[in-house]
Ligand binder design. Sequence first.
Ligand SMILES: *Cc1c(COP(=O)(O)O)cnc(C)c1O
Length: 390
Amino acid sequence: MSDYLMQTYARQPVAFVRGEGAWLFDSNGDKYLDALAGVAVNGLGHGHPRLAHALCEQAAKLIHTSNIYRILEQEELAARLCQLSGLARAFFCNSGAEANEAAIKIARLHGHNKGIDSPAIVVMEKSFHGRTMATLSATGNRKVQAGFEPLVSGFVRVPFGDVAAVEALSAHHKNIVAILVEPYQGEGGVQIPQAGYLGELRRICDEQDWLLMLDEVQTGIGRTGTWFAFQHGNLMPDVMTLAKGLGSGVPIGACLARGVAAETFTPGKHGSTFGGGPLACTAALTTLSVMESDDLLNNAAKLGAFIRSDLADRLHDLSGIVEIRGQGLMIGIELDRTCTDLVKLALADKLLINVTNDNVVRLLPPLVMTQADAELLTEKLARLIRTFLG
Ligand SMILES: *Cc1c(COP(=O)(O)O)cnc(C)c1O
């Protein structure tokens, strides 16, 4: 381990040097099945030839100019994302936290434009929105916030999945301007709300003249079997944020909006030096193009259903399993106990997984995973969980 790095991560003692599809190879030549995809980033898996080719070509032409000028790749990507989502305009940045910062700034500015001097945003318990000061303040996890007080004010918190709690707020808080919510919570333990939850939030937002802002940083770009998770329901957000899977590992984030939210920023109100550069936009355009031509949304839906049902079959007799849940290739296996040690046990078995919320095994496989890889995954993981639960 390096003495020259700040100690922000408790890293696993392995370094990968190359990859192919859902497989990673370490410096000893050992191969690992990747069921985490760089935490929902590498949708196209590793070493994708079309992505590598597009990036090489773009790097030879232009990597960066500036948002002082038009950027054709950025204009094309904005149009493409708006066409896929039904939203109207995009702002590009470099990460999920930055995308949420843009959404929070839009909500506040929109509030001020309406004459609300101290606008507030409704956020959820167990949510995760990033680690900048505003986004960690919006996050519903004390571990993320502790030690960084004073927090950014202007957030009102309610339990995730609780429509009545949001409704109750509207009576007392006249300064609320928006709701910021993940369609399915990722870091919070792969939490899936009851069907119709987002639609109910949409209804409240319409009644109260609030913006519905969806954090799709983890759920977006095909992860759940549709381009965006909100598309499993019958509603439209006013604002949506994207990052993780958008650039297949080349850093890019986006904040999309429609209606008044799309017109809120005017020149000078927001910006980013690197945001939406030619190389990152080429990565995103190629990601979307490969996902479409290789039918990866369907693959995510189909493989996800297989993985959940096959794990349920293999583990049905174990009382330590609380629930197996998810949508597409965003899957959580909740145990009745802390299971962070499973990450190490899996690594020793050459399988890359993650544990979130202490007791939820989280799978976020690349969307290019094959049926054969998925079968290997469920077999290995079921064996590991069975041994772990003893
Ligand atoms: C990962 C994540 C973020 C933060 O993204 P960064 O790129 O790490 O800043 C925000 N929201 C959600 C839902 C996430 O999963």
